[in-house]
Ligand binder design. Structure first.
Ligand code: C5P
Length: 241
């Protein structure tokens, strides 16, 4: 399933430490269709937050970033089938056996969960990624390699820094979903993101979805920030035709 309309290309990251705040945001911005829920909010609340978001008509990207052996990942996905989840993140660096097990388990469910593979965290800068992960090639080559691996294993898409989107689409195909986190409107604080992009640039590069947290959730007016980002994307696409 692909997003309908620009506002559906924004996945709002509900990185809150409080259930009330997360639900308040959903009630405040009805146009939000996709939300990211990860360990931070789950640990602050409980798994019923997934049903509460779904009851409000939201599609859930469960960003657990699983990085484990095939049987553990497949078993986790089987247990997650109790919840209304649209997509789930699994580290591509878990390897092909885990990725294939994840895809196979997900496809066996009555309501399959999309598997999105994590390539390189956007909090890495080039030098630290090369040193700390002991990469044989450049960080860009690493992202491209993992994207191809994920594609080969049947994943529905990848999570990637914005600067790699165009090449992933070229090598993996236009139908391969690319999700970009670390997105900041021009002039915003980068926080801990080292590979950030503006929403417009990420969409122009071909991103299907943008995961945006603090630029919306930490804003004094989250609804205004959400609509401003939609406008910014709209203007950029209008300019490029
Ligand atoms: O607040 P900010 O917009 O930086 O949040 C980015 C969101 O995207 C966070 O929820 C983070 O966990 C998620 N993410 C990321 N890098 C990835 C995958 C997910 O920043 N590679």
């Amino acid at each position: 399933m692909k997003p309908n309309g620009l506002h559906e290309r924004i996945i709002v990251a509900l990185d809150y430490d409080d259930r009330g705040k997360a639900l308040h945001l959903l009630d405040k911005i009805e146009m939000v269709r996709f939300v990211k829920i990860g360990p931070r909010l789950l640990a602050a609340t409980d798994w019923s937050i997934l049903r509460e978001a779904a009851d409000r008509g939201k599609e859930i990207f469960l960003d657990l970033k699983l990085h484990d052996i095939p049987s553990t990942v497949a078993g986790t996905i089987a247990n997650l089938s109790r919840f209304p989840i649209f997509s789930l993140s699994v580290h591509a660096a878990s390897g092909s056996a885990t990725l294939k097990a994840a895809v196979q388990k997900s496809r066996s469910l009555s309501r399959p969960i999309h598997i999105w593979a994590v390539t390189l965290l956007t909090s890495f800068r080039d030098e630290t990624a090369a040193d700390e992960l002991m990469l044989a090639g450049s960080p860009s080559e690493y992202v491209q390699h993992l994207a191809l691996l994920a594609r080969y294993c049947g994943a529905d898409g990848v999570i990637s820094p914005a600067d790699q989107v165009a090449r992933i689409k070229e090598t993996c195909g236009q139908d391969f979903i690319v999700v970009v986190p670390g997105v900041r409107p021009a002039g915003w604080e980068p926080h801990d993101q080292q590979r950030s992009s503006t929403p417009a640039r990420a969409i122009e590069a071909g991103a299907d979805f943008l995961v945006i947290g603090r630029a919306i959730t930490a804003s004094s007016d989250p609804a205004a920030s959400f609509f401003q980002i939609v406008e910014e994307i709209n203007d950029a696409l209008g300019k490029t035709g």
